[in-house]
Structure formats: structure tokens, C-alpha cells
Design a protein around this ligand. Sequence first.
Ligand code: NAP
Length: 443
Amino acid sequence: MQHILEAIQAGESAALGALPVPEHYRGVTVRADEASMFDGLESKDKDPRRSLHVDEVPTPELGPGEALVAVMASAINYNTVWTSIFEPVSTFKFLERYGKVSPLAKRHDQPYHVVGSDLAGVVLRTGPGVHNWKPGDEVVAHCLSVELEGPDGHGDTMLDSQQRIWGFETNFGGLAELALVKSNQLMPKPAHLTWEEAASPGLVNSTAYRQLVSGNGAGMKQGDVVLIWGASGGLGSYATQFALNGGAIPVCVVSSPQKAEIARKMGAELVIDRNAEGYGFWKDEHTQDPREWQRLGAKIRELTGGDDPDIVFEHPGRETFGASVYVARRGGTIVTCASTSGYTHQYDNRYLWMNLKRIIGSHFANYRESWEANRLIDKGFIHPTLSRTYALADTGQAALDVHRNAHQGKVGVLCLAPSEGLGVRDPEKRAKHLAAINRFRGV
Ligand SMILES: NC(=O)c1ccc[n+]([C@@H]2O[C@H](COP(=O)([O-])OP(=O)(O)OC[C@H]3O[C@@H](n4cnc5c(N)ncnc54)[C@H](OP(=O)(O)O)[C@@H]3O)[C@@H](O)[C@H]2O)c1
């Protein structure tokens, strides 16, 4: 692996195609024989440091339409938390199911799962039929893996019946020294960013773009009031930026004065600290408290000068969904991509139908949407919100930070990159955006 790293650091990436590909590499794995290790524990007590290992694994054979990438840096997504605590199901079930699709897909069905759905790195090899990318290209990868053999995905690849999230529902993910991707996951690495900065927006940036901006999601427009749950977290820190960049008015919900400060640093003026307000949307495990929904609605009106949210950017799920449906304006949209606090939601349907609101389900993003989201990063309109970067060996701790909600923005992981701060190819462009990069990077 050292020869690959040396070539990249010496700026001789173009020579990578001639260098031998290592037969093994280090990757962050969960192991099939440990899938029941946390049985009987509550979610909060399941510790990713126990289940995530750094293992030496064989380099997979490269198939048609694929690329092997030397990974310089990656990032933690919540899906790695789910994988590491084997909730809601063990991801080995996904690999097993994928393995049945084709002999090529069978490679993914292993007793280990190399996780991770983000990367910034350099293409090492491309498989047959790949013409748009070549060894030496510096790239980021979005995490949509599609087969596209049937008709369903040809209008929107997220609708393909064989659509999967790479590094979560497929193997050979980005928290590793090498990664296997389909070539139609690749996008140019923004040249003004370091490896770890470039690796961090990927999954959440694309997801927030589709969920909030794209016509497949809420189709946000200028002047829209957007209620953003978890506004300083992974998804929320990009949703907040999209709202501001697109002329909308974010109302940011966070859970501490520090996180409120982060939202303000990003440029948001309307911020709600849900802990300070002490919302109790659930009286007990089975009963919600509509008066608390009303109290949230009143707070939003107080901040906006009387407006209700045109869009509610939802992902906490069970805990907040009843309130989200209630506070959305007449004709407004609740757009959801997750259920962190529980996936059986309850809401009062009278507020939905009588007020002509709609709920939209959204999941990751297609290549076009991911490309647009990456382009906004490349243009310097949207910035990485990287708060901390760990070494590959400490990925378990990084995932624990996210599991415990002890992080802000994104948490990065160095893979082949020996230290932070490397990989900037366009210092002039960086200098132009430096003030903003630094403002967001502290997030
Ligand atoms: N479908 C998709 O394509 C997709 C893509 C990305 C992520 N996701 C999912 O979306 C969820 C969030 O991902 P993320 O990367 O943004 O995670 P994250 O970085 O942990 O941020 C989530 C934020 O939500 C807030 N939050 C958590 N529990 C809450 C609750 N009970 N009530 C109100 N707010 C709560 C927290 O902010 P405060 O404590 O400051 O309020 C937290 O920082 C995860 O479940 C993830 O799996 C789905």
C-alpha cells in the first residue's frame, strides 16, 4: 500500500495504473459471527468500539463497470452506527440478498462487511466498459449502487428495484484503504478541499439536496420557511446551508447552546434550543401531548413573525413526527428520510387532510442529484461541516460519538492519508473560500 500512497503524495497519481494492486487491504468491518453480540442490550448501550474492527481483507476482483479506489479519507454516517449495533437488522441480511442477484454480486456476500458510504481518493483501476474515469483521477464517490437491468430505475435511479446504499447494503465500502464502487458513483473531488473535507459531505449532502431542494423531494423555493430538525448534525448542517443558499428561511432546531451557536455561525438567524424549551411531545410511551405541538408552533411563529413552515425537514421520526405534521403550514410539506428515534410514527391525520398537507418519503439521491450537490461544494456555495477527524484505527470511537449525539456536523476518518490537511490541489480557489471553509469546518 505504501507505494500507492507515495505516488499519490508525490503528485504522481497518473502513474497509479502501472503500480501493482495489493492483494489485501485494511478495512473497518463488522463480523457475521458477532451479529448477536449485543442481544438483550438497549440501543444506547451498544458500543460500536466492540463491533467495529480494522481487519486485513482480500482485495475484491474488479468487475465490468466498476472502479477500485485508493481511499485517502472517509466519514462516519449514521448508517455505520446502524450496522455496528446490528439494528434494525444485521446488514449481513442485505449482503446475502444482494449475493443472490448475480455471480458478480455474490462477491459481496462475505462473513465480514467492510462498511462506509463516503470516500475521497484516487482511482487505481477501472473495469471493462469504464470510459469516463481512469487511474489517477481524484474523486469522491456517492453511495448509490444500482443495477438498472429492469425498467423501473430509468426515470429516477432511486426507483430501481435493485437500488442499494454502497457500504451499507453492499460490501467493500469506504472506511478502508481500498474501496470497490460502480464507476457511476464517481464524481470529481473538489480541488480546493483536503481529503478529509472532500470525503465528509457526500452521503448527507446528497440526501439533504434531494430531500429539500430537488423536485423529487420538497422542491424548496425562495422565501420558504423550513423547519430543520437536528440543524447542526450531519443532514441538518447541509439542509441549513441549502436553505440559506437558496433564499429560504431556516428555522433551526438544536439541543444545546453550543449547537445553537453553530447554527448561527452557519448564518441561520432563527434557532430553537429544544432542550431549553423542554418540549415533551410524548406524555408517556403511548400518548402524545398536542399542547406541546402547539407550543412549538407558537415558538416558530414568534421567530418568523407569524409564518408557519412551508417545509418540515424530518428525520428524528417517532419523537417529533406528530409535532412536525402539526406545525407545517396549510398546504405545507413534511419531507422525511429517517426515523432515528423510532420508525412507527403517530400523528393526528385531521391536521394533515383538513389542511391539505403532504408527507413525502425521500431516500438518498440519484447520480444527477448527487452530482448537483457535489457541484455546489465545488463552486464554494456549500461547505464541508467537518468537526473532528479520527484515524482509521479509531473508527469505533468516531461511530460512538455519532451514536451518542456527542458530535457536530460530520466526523471524518483518515484512511490512507497520513495526516489532516493534505490533498488541496487548487490553493488559489481555497484561498478564495478560506474564510467560509474555516467558519464551517469548526462546526
Ligand atoms: N434515507 C437516507 O438516505 C438517509 C441519509 C442520511 C441519513 N439518514 C438517517 O437520518 C438520520 C440522521 O442522520 P444524520 O447523519 O443527520 O445524523 P446526526 O449527525 O446524528 O444528526 C441528527 C441530529 O438529529 C437530532 N436528533 C436526534 N434525535 C432527536 C430527537 N429524538 N428529537 C429531535 N432531534 C433529534 C440531533 O440534533 P440535536 O440534538 O441538536 O437536536 C442530531 O444531531 C439517521 O437516522 C440516519 O440514518 C437517512
